[in-house]
Write a protein that binds this ligand. Structure first.
Ligand SMILES: Nc1ncnc2c1ncn2[C@@H]1O[C@H](COP(=O)(O)OP(=O)(O)OP(=O)(O)O)[C@@H](O)[C@H]1O
Ligand SMILES: [Mg+2]
Length: 245
């Protein structure tokens, strides 16, 4: 088996003495799509922010493509793409200009960034909105532009925090197709989602986080089998200890 593209060892983060993520052991293989599921506050965003280098771990280690963040900032920036839950945009650029700007900061050549950027905006259904100023965009449109911008940098490892939240069903379909295509060409993808259907449809493996730890992980089929062939929703409810009928 290849070395994992994303690997953590006893990764932890505390906020004022309270552990948001604890003893997290994660190994995502090259080209794999791994989905984080978990209740609000389970530690998904905290983990993604540590992996993206935006938050310092309080304990343990992490490696992306074999590299740690310490001393490898530039090299890792070329490898990594991060789509946060609330994406930043530059209000006085159009979506198309924003995508081109981000790609140019990642040293993507002009022709490639124009072609790749335009194709991504098209596939995500931005069409007519791509040439409007970002300041007027709806939440979902902002998110799609940011996804296009990050994908335009052709990251080898892609981290996405709730990429489908706020997207309409047509855009969710486009997003799923895009992520599957990225994975097929070798991009490693770690995403968090509350969309169990999305997880079931595109994730090769999922991990259910509870209290900052991975309570259970595997393919959706494995998880369902372990829980007596119940639905993924039932697996989620049982794993997170949610009272249900
Ligand atoms: N900057 C912070 N300061 C203090 N506590 C924080 C901070 N960021 C996160 N936390 C705490 O860490 C825990 C995990 O939060 P996190 O945002 O990682 O959860 P999540 O799984 O992403 O939840 P959601 O599904 O609501 O996005 C929560 O208890 C949260 O209150
Ligand atoms: Mg979150």
């Amino acid at each position: 088996m290849d070395a994992p593209a994303i690997a953590t060892d006893k990764l932890g983060r505390d906020f004022s003495g309270k552990w948001a993520v604890r003893d997290l052991e994660l190994a995502v293989q090259p080209g794999e799509i791994y989905g984080f599921l978990g209740q609000n506050g389970a530690g998904k965003t905290t983990t993604l922010r540590m992996l993206a280098g935006l938050l310092k771990p309080s304990a343990g280690t992490l490696r992306i493509a074999g590299l740690t963040h310490t001393g490898n900032g530039r090299a890792l920036k070329q490898v990594l793409g991060f789509v946060p839950d609330t994406p930043p945009l530059y209000d006085y650029l159009t979506g198309r200009q924003y995508v081109a700007l981000v790609a140019s900061l990642w040293h993507v050549g002009r022709q490639e960034r124009d072609e790749r950027g335009d194709a991504l905006l098209e596939r995500l259904g931005l069409g007519e909105h791509a040439d409007e100023l970002c300041k007027g965009y709806s939440h979902g449109t902002r998110k799609k532009v940011h996804i296009a911008a990050v994908l335009a940098t052709a990251p080898r490892v892609l981290l996405l925090d709730e990429p489908s939240s706020g997207l309409d069903p047509t855009s969710v379909r486009a997003l799923k197709d895009l992520l599957l295509a990225e994975s097929a060409r070798g991009t490693t993808i770690l995403l968090s989602t509350h969309g169990l259907e999305l997880a079931e449809q595109i994730c090769h493996r999922v991990g259910i986080l509870a209290g900052g730890r991975i309570a259970t992980e595997g393919t959706v089929a494995e998880l369902r089998q372990r829980h007596g062939d119940r639905s993924l929703e039932d697996v989620f409810l049982q794993t997170t200890g949610t009272p249900h009928g």
